[in-house]
Design a protein around this ligand. Structure first.
Ligand code: FES
Ligand code: FE
Length: 437
């Protein structure tokens, strides 16, 4: 047990992203995790929902920010707002369903009620036997649900507990150009409800994997080349590694077939939503994996052949922290609302076969993340300064800006950990900052 000052000194001295050095203890130490909940998840922007999940006034979904349950609801004014899912009377969880549509939220404990629509969204409406129980009256304004700052980018709803600080667009910065290729290329909608499952791993391992680990695909997912589903074992290298700054990062896999793998029926909608460089990049994409700092991932999985057609999809993941060694995975499958039926149907099949609770890739990845977490929790590793290697591409300069249309530091070939090192620089900025909400 160390004091908070001793812990932050130890982190400052041993987490050295510039040299690609990350000590193993930061993955399972309960004190590091407690700091993260307060200084990172209590401060930064977090993805909570897609607008299509709250389509009407009164519709809501229940999500988490860090370990805290929140209600994401839409008012009559069409504005989406985010509240702590806790009654102001004694803190009982207010919305116990995962999603729904309602005129008001009534606390299951003593019955305090709150508006769920329009101007009344989050407002205290009344209490049972109010005149008898509170003859002196209640300060209604003080009973308003605690509200997070909320902004939307291309249908993606983000929230933060920080009252001040960067806007969502400033926070996202250059990663927006790449996010557009997934969720801004057309009108997108979530298919069904997000899948959820629990993995005994620290949340950072999968988050980093999507941001800067294309290298593992040749080994961990070698079934792809062994089953002749891709050309050659180094299929994960072709393309670009991108460090857009801000702790975000991604890999863009490209093909050389000359023609876009996306459905021709959607070409007009893509052209209306994307810039020239984005369209040019989308036409070459065979996959794209990445992450928005700290725990949201996005993915266009490798195009695979189903029923004689190449098909892929659009996915969002959140690696929800549930303890230093436990992560609840949230997985959304999205599709273009105006897509032809074959693309929607095959996309659902592709989703269940590749990246989902039943996905072939998830089976491979999860085994590694689980074992890494077990190792990091061993007493010997915690005592010794066992330092992990994040040095791939340390000496490589980014490409000149005229060689790729997208912004950020762009590296030729996906074998680099540049964005992973930036992830840890930004992580350090949060963890070592003493100011909290
Ligand atoms: Fe909600 Fe008492 S805790 S009404
Ligand atoms: Fe993987």
């Amino acid at each position: 047990m160390s004091t908070q000052r001793e812990l932050t000194d130890r982190i400052r001295e041993s987490v050295i992203p510039e040299r690609g050095e990350i000590p193993l203890f930061v993955y399972s130490d309960p004190d590091v995790y407690a700091l993260e909940l307060e200084r990172l998840f209590g401060q930064t922007w977090l993805f909570v929902a897609h607008l299509s999940e709250v389509p009407k006034p009164g519709s809501f979904v229940v999500r988490s920010m860090g370990e805290e349950s929140v209600i994401v609801g839409r008012g009559d004014d069409s504005v989406v707002r985010v509240f702590l899912n806790a009654c102001r009377h004694r803190g009982m969880k207010l919305a116990c369903e995962d999603f729904g549509e309602t005129n008001m939220w009534r606390c299951p404990y003593h019955g305090f009620t709150y508006g769920s629509k329009g101007d009344f969204l989050g407002t205290f409406l009344g209490a049972p036997f109010e005149r008898v129980a509170y003859p002196q009256g209640l300060d209604r304004a003080a009973l308003h649900l605690l509200e997070a700052r909320c902004e939307v980018y291309k249908g993606m709803v983000f929230a933060t507990w920080a009252k001040e600080g960067p806007s969502l667009e400033e926070f996202l910065g250059d990663v927006r150009w790449y996010l557009d290729l997934i969720i801004g290329r057309a009108e997108m909608e979530v298919v069904g409800v997000p899948e959820r499952w629990v993995v005994p791993t620290n949340w950072r391992l999968p988050s980093e994997n999507f941001i800067s680990d294309a290298y593992h695909t040749a080994t961990a997912h070698s079934f792809l080349s062994r089953l002749d589903m891709v050309k050659g074992a180094d299929f994960g290298r072709d393309g670009y590694h991108v460090d857009p700054g801000g702790g975000h990062g991604l890999g863009v896999g490209v093909h050389v077939d000359g023609e876009s793998y996306f459905p021709a029926e959607l070409a007009g909608e893509y052209a209306a939503n994307l810039g020239e460089g984005q369209l040019e990049t989308l036409a070459r994409i065979k996959n794209m994996h990445g992450g928005v700092f700290p725990n949201m991932s996005f993915l266009i999985p490798n195009f695979i052949e189903l029923d004689g057609r190449r098909v892929s999809g659009a996915m969002i993941r959140v690696w929800q922290p549930a303890g230093p060694n436990r992560t609840q995975v949230w997985s959304w499958h999205l599709v273009e609302k105006n897509a032809p039926e074959w693309w929607k149907k095959l996309g659902r099949r592709m989703y269940t076969q590749t990246f989902s609770s039943s996905g072939m890739f998830d089976q491979d990845d999860t085994e590694n993340w689980e074992a890494q977490t077990r190792v990091s929790d061993g007493a010997l590793y915690r005592k010794d300064e066992f330092v992990l290697h994040y040095g791939m591409g340390l000496e490589l300069p980014p490409l000149p800006s005229d060689e790729f249309p997208g912004p950020g530091g762009v590296y030729d070939g996906k074998f680099s950990e540049a964005a992973g090192r930036t992830f840890y620089r930004v992580w350090l900025d949060h963890i070592l900052r003493e100011k909290t909400r």
